[in-house]
Design a protein around this ligand. Structure first.
Ligand SMILES: Nc1ncnc2c1ncn2[C@@H]1O[C@H](COP(=O)(O)OP(=O)(O)O)[C@@H](O)[C@H]1O
Ligand SMILES: CC(=O)N[C@@H](CCC(=O)OP(=O)(O)O)C(=O)O
Length: 308
């Protein structure tokens, strides 16, 4: 017989209290769709990517319906550099030539998407990879994302970004079919150009993720990034915001610096579009998603609707 020492008992009780703290959240989020944006910076670390894949499988087993939208900015930049193709960002967006677009599509839809799908599927056949070009069997001819070209405003002037677009409509059936089949959809941010058949556009992954969250009427929208959350007075580390309403965020948005602008715009669009809760959390912290979803205090910055 083995005696339990006091330290081991205290440790076991602490673990049980962490588990029971999750109960109200397990109840609240049972069957909920959670769209999670996973950025390319977190993916630079294999350990973080593996932890992310575990979190998605955890959410799925906990009764949620996770949907992943991924970026891959650093991976695209590395491949373009290897190929000697120049790559420039203007107003936070990559200027995308036809030559660069072929690389963007390949890196996002093959390498990054394939790697995430493989890591999730190490835990069982859960993941299904899609790009915005995917079509549902019931609606042939209508892609998941339809894009329209956009420019960017730099120093008050609109500049051309080449083959860069916004998602202007979403046909979510292909993703809903995967969810209904018990799968975890893993989506890359490439969108067919609605005005130019055969052409695809490079879409910022934060913005593609929020468009999908709205179309799926998601309960939760999470963006992983490389800071602890939104700082109201960046870079003052004492100004981390834990909860902000969409009205407050709308006022703060014009004061934000690049980097945070697309993320906070995506959160605002998601909440304005009916997503009940959006949050930006620290992707550098392993399993930060679990802390956000299943603990009382949560982490990062929550963006809630004006009537919350
Ligand atoms: N108000 C702010 N709060 C937090 N981060 C900010 C703020 N303003 C600018 N930033 C910058 O935005 C960065 C996050 O944006 P980005 O680098 O595009 O993230 P990711 O690589 O996750 O897509 C942070 O690392 C930080 O340097
Ligand atoms: C138009 C535009 O800039 N598209 C992005 C798409 C990838 C992305 O958004 O990746 P992260 O989430 O890792 O930043 C790009 O080419 O880098």
């Amino acid at each position: 017989m083995m005696a339990l020492d006091t330290a081991a008992t205290a440790d076991a009780i602490a673990k049980a209290s962490v588990l029971i703290e999750a109960l109200p959240w397990l109840k609240r989020y049972h069957g909920a769709i959670a769209v999670v944006k996973f950025g390319g910076n977190a993916m630079v670390s294999e350990e973080l990517t593996r932890a992310f894949a575990e979190d998605m499988v955890f959410l799925r087993h906990a009764g949620l319906k996770p949907v992943v939208v991924h970026g891959g900015g650093p991976q695209i930049s590395a491949r373009l550099a290897e190929l000697g193709i120049e790559s420039e960002f203007r107003g936070g967006y990559r200027v995308t030539t036809p030559e660069a677009m072929a690389v963007v599509r390949d890196v996002l839809t093959q390498d990054v998407n394939g790697h995430l799908v493989d890591l999730i599927n190490e835990h069982g056949d859960f993941a299904a990879g899609f790009s915005g070009e995917a079509v549902a069997t019931a609606t042939p001819g209508t892609p998941l994302f339809t894009g329209a070209r956009r420019g960017a405003v730099v120093d008050g002037e609109t500049v051309d970004l080449g083959l860069v677009g916004d998602v202007v409509s979403v046909a979510p059936q292909v993703v809903l079919d995967a969810i209904d089949a018990g799968l975890i959809p893993v989506v890359s941010s490439i969108a067919p150009d609605g005005d130019q058949p055969g052409q695809v556009l490079n879409v910022n992954a934060d913005s593609a993720a929020s468009a999908l969250a709205v179309a799926l009427n998601a309960d939760k929208f999470l963006i992983l990034t490389d800071v602890a959350g939104l700082y109201s007075d960046w870079p003052d580390r004492n100004s981390l915001v834990s909860v902000i309403t969409s009205a407050e965020l709308r006022d703060l948005l014009p004061t934000l610096e690049s980097g945070m602008i697309p993320k906070m715009t995506a959160c605002l669009e998601a909440v304005d579009g009916g997503v009940r809760n959006a949050a930006i959390i620290d992707g550098r912290l392993e399993h930060s998603i679990l802390l956000e979803v299943f603990t009382q205090q949560g982490i990062g910055t929550q963006i809630v609707g004006e009537d919350s």
